[in-house]
Design a protein around this ligand. Structure first.
Ligand code: ATP
Ligand code: BTN
Length: 321
């Protein structure tokens, strides 16, 4: 199936991104189309999650100015030239997974809107246009799949450190794959991989970071926006580049020295260390006190039986209130 050409809709968004009113007639003139065609495109933008509204006599408007990702500023700030900015995509993770054989390690993919953004175990990642960051990176890990265990933790620590450097306050990590703020989900990390046992692992690391997401009932748990953690929020190009550069450095270090050093870095940002938690393991629930992580990336849970390490993708951690 040929890909849909979103050029007119993206041009429309660029005009509306100033947060000012634009009449249907003027938009039509600027984009070389009828007012009816503009109205149709606006409906699609609304489906993409943009809250475009219309006032009689004034025209179309967004509730506030929109900070958009752009090729040139990204290129200027990223430490790699291997990246694709694809404003409308199914999933940035899927895009890279489909191209694993053709990519250099460190290649990034960024989007403004994901039609089928995903979380762990087939769950949906709500990805409205322009509100948040949706990005993925490809990494070839010569040490193979077994070495990939601690990876989402390393990425989480790196993201928390970068956000702290940029002025975000109290951003925390939650084992194994989230960033939290005030006990609410700020970002999710999804590591997917392909490869044969005994060979290099091909990893795709996806990061979804809420930046300025409007109120929604599409997310069925407490969540947070970066703009609420940070009074000096940089623009999205700077933010995305800082995160990608930081994760690249962290992955290089992980390749050389594994989890050494990362356990202490994790401890500084751990949202649940010392708190009563429950682990959901399928049907089974284990309660205890979280005691950080070990060098394998396992969660350490203290119960009456002592401290037990828990490792594996099927485990969910929750506060035990
Ligand atoms: P776990 O502890 O197992 O990771 P989780 O609830 O965080 O549990 P994930 O698969 O990691 O589950 O993330 C997907 C979930 O995240 C969705 O089911 C939804 O509740 C939530 N979610 C979806 N989109 C967003 C978003 N943009 N911001 C915050 N949370 C979201
Ligand atoms: C989670 O908490 O379950 C992980 C969510 C990961 C979301 C990101 S957004 C960019 C990348 N593309 C996807 O489809 N998912 C990840």
């Amino acid at each position: 199936m040929p890909a849909i050409d979103h050029t007119p809709r993206l041009a429309l968004i660029k005009i509306l991104a100033d947060g000012q009113f634009h009449s249907g007639e003027k938009l039509g003139q600027e984009l070389g189309m009828s007012r009816a065609a503009i109205s149709k495109h606006i409906k699609v933008l609304q489906q993409w999650g943009l809250d475009v509204f219309r006032v009689q006599g004034k025209g179309y408007c967004l509730p506030s100015a929109l900070d958009l990702l752009e090729e040139q500023p990204l290129r200027a700030k990223l430490n790699t030239t291997d990246f694709s900015l694809i404003p409308v995509i199914g999933s940035t993770n899927q895009y890279l997974l489909d191209r694993v054989g053709q990519l250099a390690s460190g290649t990034a993919c960024l989007a403004e809107y994901q039609q089928t953004g995903r979380g762990r175990r087939g769950r949906t990642w709500f990805s409205p246009f322009g509100a948040n960051l949706y990005l993925s990176m490809y990494w070839r890990l010569d040490a193979g799949m077994a070495a990939a265990m601690g990876l989402s933790l390393v990425v989480g620590v790196s993201m928390a450190e970068t956000l702290a450097q940029l002025g975000a306050e109290n951003v925390k990590v939650k084992w194994p794959n989230d960033l939290y703020w005030n006990d609410r989900k700020l970002a999710g990390i999804l590591v997917e991989m392909t490869g044969q046992a005994g060979e290099a692992a091909h990893l795709v690391i996806g990061m979804g970071l809420n930046v300025a997401m409007p109120d929604t009932n599409a997310v069925d748990q407490d969540w947070a926006n970066l703009k609420d953690t940070c009074h000096t929020l940089p623009d999205k190009n700077k933010l995305a580049a800082a995160l990608i550069n930081g994760v690249t450095d962290a992955l290089k270090q992980y390749e050389e020295t594994g989890m050494t050093g990362f356990v202490e870095r994790w401890d500084r940002y751990d949202n649940f260390n010392g708190r009563a938690v429950k682990l959901l393991l399928g049907e089974r629930v284990v309660k205890g006190i979280a005691r950080g992580i070990n060098e394998q990336g396992a969660l350490l849970l203290e119960t009456e039986a002592g401290i037990t390490p828990y490792l594996g993708g099927e485990i969910s951690l929750r506060a035990d209130e």
